[in-house]
Design a protein around this ligand. Structure first.
Ligand code: HAM
Length: 420
């Protein structure tokens, strides 16, 4: 066993996380660019928050009875002994930022978007990851249900712009602190009557948050849920009017939707409007985006009494629906041979890049033949030939790889060709 250690294990990505490699990353970039373009047309601005937050933020914001807080957070004590969490969602973070900076006093529209990673320790499967990415949108201080409709329209517009078809928009109202307790009480009573037919999890939810029984995927529970009381019978006048007005707004946009009274969503903060856009093709993880109104979060944070509404779209789920191919890149390959030519080639690469031409130069003393082979394999649009002679004269050959033609000239003359 001379010199042989134990078998070496190569490093791998953490379970439930993914590398996004060149080839795929261009699609992410295109989606991100379209998202920014479109959201800014609606008057939204980007607001970036840290990935790390105090654990308490999500306990208070996302809610103590949610799966996220009870089971899924990446929480650890930092070296100072503080309890820190990798954000599982963005909504409480942006609410915190507003309270912390009193952005409500700045006189700017409180409309924000953000694109970034979120972390949930859930069982990884298709469409569900431990590090995933959300496109998130939040609006504050708009009580009118017209904004609820506009936000759904904006989500829909993004999906259309990206070519996503065959989605269904589900909407509901989960009431407010005034009317929901009576509904929860009625649900509790009903659930108690069929207790034996519910799964352990739902029996627990019966006590903590009976609305969440509507989320259960267990078939026997789903069957029971069909006979449960409906929220629509419990909405107070204000919530009912808000919901009607939201629906009128959707009609005004000509958006199709379905009222789904079991759409309660897995977060504690929702009041009034909830919505999801789902696809037929996503299997169990068929929600591309979900959101709703949360009128009490800021107040509960000890901030101003301003309402909020937003949604988050899962980027992995969105990208899985897209049929986008990255546009082929047009770039220049600088081939060079000899020491003097190398120095000149480096200078020329810089010249072309400054002129806005994507330029690749490789090192390692390869022959011209070899470098042409590389340029061909990599898909270069042009090759600039920099030999000792050319370097001395300051006149170079630019080969158009697709046409097989070649022109010669000074860098100033050739850059026009490489921009075409
Ligand atoms: P959410 O329903 O928990 O809502 O997540 C929104 C979307 O993020 C889901 O519809 C899904 O597309 C994606 N998603 C969630 N978890 C995962 C996962 N483990 N792997 C992959 N994708 C996932 C929220 O996060 C709320 N903050 C939305 C919101 C914003 N409500 C108001 N404002």
């Amino acid at each position: 066993m001379s010199g042989e250690g134990p078998a070496r294990k190569t490093p791998t990505a953490v379970k439930g996380t993914h590398d996004i490699l060149p080839g795929e990353v261009e699609i992410w970039q295109a989606v991100e660019a379209e998202t920014k373009r479109l959201f800014e047309l609606y008057g939204y601005r980007e607001l970036r928050t840290p990935i790390l937050e105090h654990t308490e933020l999500f306990e208070k914001g996302t809610g103590q009875s949610t799966d996220i807080v009870t089971k899924e957070m990446y929480t650890f004590a930092d070296k100072g002994g503080r309890s820190i969490t990798l954000r599982p969602e963005y909504t409480p973070s942006v609410a915190r930022a507003i309270v912390e900076h009193r952005l409500d006093l700045h006189g700017t529209p409180l409309r924000y978007y953000y694109i970034g990673p979120m972390f949930r320790y859930d069982k990884p499967q298709k469409g569900r990851y431990r590090q995933f990415h959300q496109i998130d949108v939040e609006v504050f201080a708009e009580k009118d249900a017209a904004i609820d409709a506009e936000i759904v329209e904006m989500a829909d517009a993004l999906l259309r712009a990206l070519g996503v078809a065959e989605t269904e928009t589900l909407v509901n109202s989960v009431g407010c602190r005034a009317c929901r307790p009576a509904f929860s009480q009625a649900l509790r009573g009903h659930a108690a009557g069929v207790r034996d037919k519910l799964c352990d999890d739902c029996r627990r939810k019966m006590e903590t948050n009976p609305l969440r029984i509507f989320d259960c995927k267990v078939e026997s529970c789903r069957e029971q849920v069909r006979g449960f009381p409906k929220i629509s019978a419990f909405l107070c006048a204000e919530c009912r009017e808000h919901f009607d007005s939201f629906r009128r707004g959707l009609d005004l946009f000509g958006l199709k939707y379905r009222v789904d009274e079991s759409l309660v969503r897995g977060l504690d903060y929702y009041t009034k409007t909830t919505f999801e856009i789902v696809t037929a093709s996503g299997g169990q993880q068929n929600a591309v985006l979900g959101g709703g109104r949360y009128d009490d979060m800021m107040k509960d944070f000890g901030g101003p009494d301003i309402c909020g509404i937003g949604f988050a779209m899962g980027l992995e789920r969105l990208i899985a629906l897209l049929d986008l191919k990255p546009a082929p890149r047009r770039f220049l390959y600088v081939a060079h041979a000899g020491e003097a030519a190398k120095a000149k080639a480096v200078e020329l690469a810089r010249f072309f890049r400054r002129g806005g031409v994507e330029t690749l130069i490789e090192f390692g003393g390869r022959s011209f033949k070899n470098q042409f082979g590389r340029a061909n394999k990599l898909g270069a649009a042009w090759v600039l030939v920099v030999g000792e002679d050319e370097a001395a004269k300051g006149v170079y050959q630019l080969k158009d790889m697709a046409a097989g033609t070649q022109i010669s000239g000074t860098p100033d003359e050739l850059i026009k060709g490489a921009r075409s």
